[in-house]
Design a protein. Structure first.
Length: 279
């Protein structure tokens, strides 16, 4: 991968997985002293869930869950190979049915991590490793739980590269990790993949597939009104988006996602939007 290709890809792929925190950003790392600040927003709604048998089941009494979340994210190159990343969350979440409405809002958990690129930028496949932790800084009181109130630690291997030559080549990346979860929730295997291609000099199309597989070692507890906080679940998520460069160091992203299949979690979908600033 040439230096021009490297700069184009590294300035694009990092913003793709904001819905997953810092867990997935591809193997690319910014140069020392450079990085990005990204402001993401997600709106999610569902009136049904995946059962333990993986069937779609409607909530009773015309129930619907909604979640509007903002997600500031930052990353900075400590060296050309080592990157510090962080992600904050705040959300407004609600559940309504024919009998009433419950709502809660506040700060979510904080995620911090380090990503180290193991290979040079001239390799056809770039390899990196990442370690991250989710700190239990989120609000746990209220009618609807916003977080599980526990700490996660994750290790991840990240692979990526580009197709062919040119100034703006299509790119791909595949990441896989294991997330150790303290407290009630089950540990998780996470696998994420993305492919992107430019359709003009300023516009890129992105397709993503994200997978979470619960290890079924959760401690038993009652299910929450929040279907995104079940202690042991599987989820297969598909997302498509458009990325537009609106200024030399500013990009905007908009798209939608769907929970295509799962177990013991919400079966909804939603929209995303983000703006990120390169420095």
């Amino acid at each position: 991968m040439s230096q021009m290709q490297w700069r184009v890809v590294v300035s694009t792929v990092v913003a793709l997985y904001l819905g997953g925190g810092v867990a997935s950003a591809g193997p690319w790392t910014p140069a020392r002293g450079h990085g990005q600040i990204i402001f993401g927003w997600t709106l999610y709604r569902t009136g049904e869930e995946f059962s333990d048998a993986r069937n779609r089941v409607l909530f009773g009494n015309d129930g619907e869950f909604s979640k509007s979340e903002i997600n500031p994210y930052f990353e900075t190159g400590l060296t050309d190979r080592l990157t510090f990343v962080g992600s904050l969350f705040a959300s407004d979440q609600g559940y309504r049915n024919t009998y009433g409405h419950l709502d809660n809002h506040g700060m979510g958990d904080t995620e911090l991590g380090l990503r180290y690129r193991m290979t040079g930028t001239d390799r056809p496949v770039i390899v990196a490793v990442q370690g991250s932790t989710k700190l239990a800084t989120g609000k746990t009181s209220g009618a609807i739980a916003l977080t599980n109130g526990q700490t996660d630690v994750e290790g991840r291997v990240l692979l990526g590269g580009s197709f062919g030559s040119g100034e703006r080549p299509p790119f791909w990346n595949v990441d896989a990790g294991y997330r150790f979860r303290a407290g009630d929730p089950a540990d998780e295997v996470r696998v994420d993949a993305a492919i992107g291609t430019y359709v003009t000099r300023r516009v890129m199309l992105i397709g993503q597939a994200d997978t979470i597989i619960g290890m079924q070692n959760a401690d038993g507890r009652a299910r929450e009104l929040n279907p995104t906080l079940t202690p042991d679940y599987d989820l297969y998520r598909l997302q498509g988006s458009v990325v537009v460069r609106v200024a030399p160091r500013v990009r905007a992203q908009a798209g939608g996602f769907v929970h295509a299949w799962g177990r013991s979690t919400g079966a909804g979908g939603g929209v995303i939007a983000s703006v990120w600033l390169e420095y």
